[in-house]
Design a protein around this ligand. Structure first.
Ligand code: ADP
Length: 425
């Protein structure tokens, strides 16, 4: 599912951005081409102005002057003196002659010379024309008309637009190559970016699935016991039935405890936990817990000790009920994983900045490779799987509570063997 969403999201992201990029590029290209064309035509007009000024200074039009005007083939020239083509025109090829004819026809068809212009000695007109749609057939043309003593003298000058069109074509190729590169970069970036966005969602989904699978697995065991006890009790004696009912009740309570834990974690996942902070005296809280657990520890012949600082610890801003829940989980675990005649120590310390609550035992201990994993949901080490009432959610809940207080929960080895859990607030 995530693969599909990833592909769709990346395509959408690329598509939209590429479309905007394409429209912007085309707009920019159009403006740039118009600028090039205008500049090129203006440059041609300026050249013609200079040429005409020069022409006016010539009393005799020599072949040398006409050759210099051609500027190494940049311009093509055709001269008509009183309607008679100049001998110089013979240099032009038949195609060029045809081109001049087209330019002249265009001039006659499209322009009407105003009386103001006709009153001038020399006037000229620049325009752009295309000869019969052949490639390279776009030209700028200038027709100069000069009234001289000998009659009317006309010069047609043509300049091919091929260099300009080549420049435009090169610019387009460059532009679209860059756009293509940008598109590829965009697609790669979108792919990576959307993957990063979806990663936490995917992980969350995986965790949810794992959570459901583990929860179902854990619920199945007590449920199976309940069902088999219920079915056996129908055929059992009165005494046996009481035993079965006790088992059903015990398993029911186990299930209820597990469901409570799961609901608690679901609330934490949805940020629906309420942490009601208030200044709490943690030494009093520890003493209270010590009294609560002393009897349970004694039942297992475990020594429960408490160590409090001699000086009073300032009240800590926390949710005392939640911190009590954390310590209950730690003490409950310590009693479960410490063999008979073991020792558990509950202690509190304050270093002027942080308050540390420690539960240390000299029980079975936790191997280094498992120290991080024990905070995962439903994680239980192999040696503790036989412990009833332990689903592997306790430390996970404890860690959620401590993190909601912006604190830290750490596990280390007790020097003389066993584990030490420290909550730093
Ligand atoms: P559980 O309910 O199974 O104890 P927890 O999340 O509280 O689940 O603990 C996860 C695992 O961490 C336990 O199954 C056990 O293997 C290990 N563990 C926790 N506390 C201790 C301890 N004091 N000593 C040894 N192992 C412990």
């Amino acid at each position: 599912m995530f693969q599909k969403v990833h592909i769709r999201l990346a395509s959408l992201c690329t598509g939209i951005t590429a479309f905007i990029l394409f429209v912007m590029s085309c707009g920019y290209l159009y403006i740039s081409e118009q600028g090039l064309k205008n500049n090129s035509f203006t440059s041609f007009q300026n050249d013609m102005n200079t040429l005409v000024s020069n022409l006016e200074l010539q009393t005799i039009i020599t072949h040398e002057w006409l050759t210099s005007v051609e500027d190494n083939g940049k311009y093509l020239i055709n001269v008509i003196d009183n309607g008679v083509p100049f001998l110089y025109n013979e240099r032009n090829t038949p195609e060029q002659k045809e081109l001049f004819q087209t330019a002249w026809n265009y001039y006659e068809r499209h322009f009407e010379i105003s009386s103001v212009l006709q009153g001038l000695n020399t006037y000229h007109l620049e325009y752009r024309f295309s000869s019969a749609g052949k490639p390279g057939s776009d030209y700028y043309a200038c027709v100069v008309t000069s009234e001289r003593t000998g009659g009317t003298f006309q010069v047609i000058i043509l300049c091919s637009m091929e260099p300009l069109l080549l420049q435009i074509r090169t610019q387009r190729i460059l532009f679209f190559s860059l756009a293509l590169l940008a598109f590829i970069a965009l697609a790669l970036f979108s792919w990576y970016f959307t993957k990063q966005i979806l990663k936490p969602l995917e992980e969350n989904q995986k965790r949810q699935n794992q959570f459901i699978a583990s929860a179902s697995h854990e619920l199945r065991t007590p449920l199976a016991v309940i069902l088999s006890c219920a079915s056996a009790s129908t055929r059992a004696s009165e005494e046996e039935r009481i035993h079965f009912l006790d088992s059903i009740q015990a398993e029911g309570l186990r299930m209820s405890g597990l469901i409570d834990d799961m609901l608690l974690l679901t609330k934490a996942d949805n940020y629906r936990w309420t942490i009601c902070k208030e200044p709490a005296e943690l030494d009093t809280l520890l003493l209270d817990l010590f009294e609560t657990f002393e009897a349970t520890a004694r039942e297992k012949s475990i020594r429960l000790l408490i160590r409090l600082p001699e000086e009073a610890v300032p009240p800590v801003s926390c949710d005392p009920k939640r911190i009590r829940q954390v310590l209950t989980i730690l003490l409950h675990n310590a009693i479960s994983y410490t063999p008979r005649a073991g020792t558990i120590q509950l202690s509190l310390s304050y270093d002027g900045k942080n308050t540390r609550l420690t539960v240390s035992d000299n029980g079975i201990g936790i191997p280094d490779e498992e120290k991080e994993r024990i905070f995962e949901r439903f994680y239980r080490s192999d040696q503790s799987r036989s412990e009833k009432g332990h689903f592997g959610l306790g430390l996970c809940i404890a860690s959620e509570i401590v993190h909601a207080h912006h604190g830290q929960i750490l596990v280390t080895d007790t020097p003389e063997g066993g584990s030490t859990f420290t909550v730093v607030l």
